[in-house]
Design a protein around this ligand. Structure first.
Ligand code: ATP
Length: 355
């Protein structure tokens, strides 16, 4: 184990004022990001927002044009990747094809000339933790996608890195395996307490796995918060729209200057403080905030999708147009396409926000 790794075990990482350009493309504008020791943070955002660039800067594969990268408070901006000693899992896993699962996992320890007994013990422990013991002697081509992913993860954490960097580690897997392995990554990460940064463009994945999610947009951090906070108190309209499903409805100003939408008061959030205008704006209402009651007139039911406990209704509202409502399935048993419902908003299910 290098001195740097010893120093960085269970320490936090920080990007401060980081800027990165490729020719005329600004990949990162000014990124400030702090990941606490032992925390799992997902970098989430649309394609091209700079997630991978941020991860590559952390790994040391790229150098920032400006700004500082610190781990445990120590400036590592100019430390080369090899000396950072971080664990990495890439989209394609990059396993050594000529090595068995066991030998792949042991690779980093062998390079560090760790003694044979320690290697055997560590690898056995990791085979156990990643539930790969029965596949230990298989080569990568004999493993399923999910098993390969777990070998890559075990290999990345074998050297007890101070920081684990995961670049879309689940993107090559089908939906069911993804969900299972997402939970596995989280379990293993928690068990080892390793500070982890994971890149994904899948908001469901980010919300399910993270302590906090960093939502990025065009090279900037829009918000970093717990999944719950992001969903309930998004700082920007971009975050609200990117995390979860939203209805956008008209917001109007009341005589006292307050904003209203669908008959309820609207919260003005973060950078959305309304300028002094009388023009209508848009408000964001989550489908689960929309409450419906059978009625003779009002919104028309266009479609019903049974999702289990909840049924998603697609409505055609006479003033707002299309609206999605997620309601408990038991309350929709008698409801049919073409019927009408009255629409209200349950404010106790979260604030309605101005977009
Ligand atoms: P995706 O989800 O599609 O992987 P991302 O959020 O990871 O996207 P980055 O790969 O960080 O985005 O890219 C950010 C921007 O920087 C993009 O516009 C991309 O084209 C550009 N970029 C990244 N790497 C390079 C490079 N080596 N040379 C030139 N431009 C680059």
């Amino acid at each position: 184990m290098t001195d740097l790794q010893t120093a960085t075990a269970t320490q936090g990482v920080e990007l401060a004022g980081v800027r990165k350009t490729f020719g005329s493309t600004v990949a990162l504008e000014h990124l400030d990001l702090v990941v606490e020791p032992g925390e799992l943070v997902c970098l989430l955002g649309p394609s091209g927002c700079g997630k991978t660039t941020a991860l590559r800067l952390l790994a040391g594969f790229e150098q920032p044009d400006a700004g500082t990268i610190r781990i445990g408070g120590k400036d590592i901006t100019s430390v080369p990747p090899r000396r950072r000693g971080f664990g990495m899992v890439f989209q394609d896993y990059s396993l050594f094809p000529h090595l068995t699962a066991r030998a792949n996992i042991a690779y980093g320890l062998r390079v560090r000339r760790t003694d044979a007994a320690t290697i055997a013990r560590t690898v056995d422990d990791l085979l156990e933790v990643t539930r790969l013991a029965e596949h230990a002697d298989k080569f990568p081509h004999q493993l399923s996608g999910g098993q390969k992913q777990r070998v890559a993860l075990a290999r990345a954490i074998a050297t007890r890195p101070g920081l684990l960097l995961l670049d879309e580690p689940l993107s090559a897997l089908d939906a069911q395996v993804r969900e299972h392995l997402r939970d596995e990554i989280r379990r293993i990460q928690r068990e080892l307490g390793v500070t982890t940064v994971l890149v994904t463009h899948d908001q469901g994945e980010a919300m399910a796995i993270s302590d906090r999610v960093a939502v990025m947009n065009t090279g900037r951090l829009e918000q970093i918060a717990t999944p719950r906070e992001l969903y309930r108190r998004p700082a920007t309209a971009f975050v609200a729209g990117f995390v979860g499903t939203v209805n956008r409805v008209r917001a109007r100003r009341g005589p006292d200057g307050s904003w209203w939408a669908l008959g309820v008061p609207v919260d003005v959030i973060g950078d959305l403080v309304a300028t002094d205008t009388t023009a209508d704006r848009l408000a964001i209402v989550r489908p689960e905030q929309v409450e419906v009651r059978p009625a003779q007139a009002g919104a028309r039911v266009v479609a019903l999708s049974f999702l289990g406990a909840v049924t998603r209704l697609t409505l055609d509202h006479p003033e707002e147009g299309p609206l999605l409502a997620d309601v408990l399935s038991e309350s929709t048993d008698a409801l049919r396409v073409g019927e009408h419902v009255s629409v209200t908003v349950r404010t106790e299910a979260g604030a309605v926000m101005l977009a």
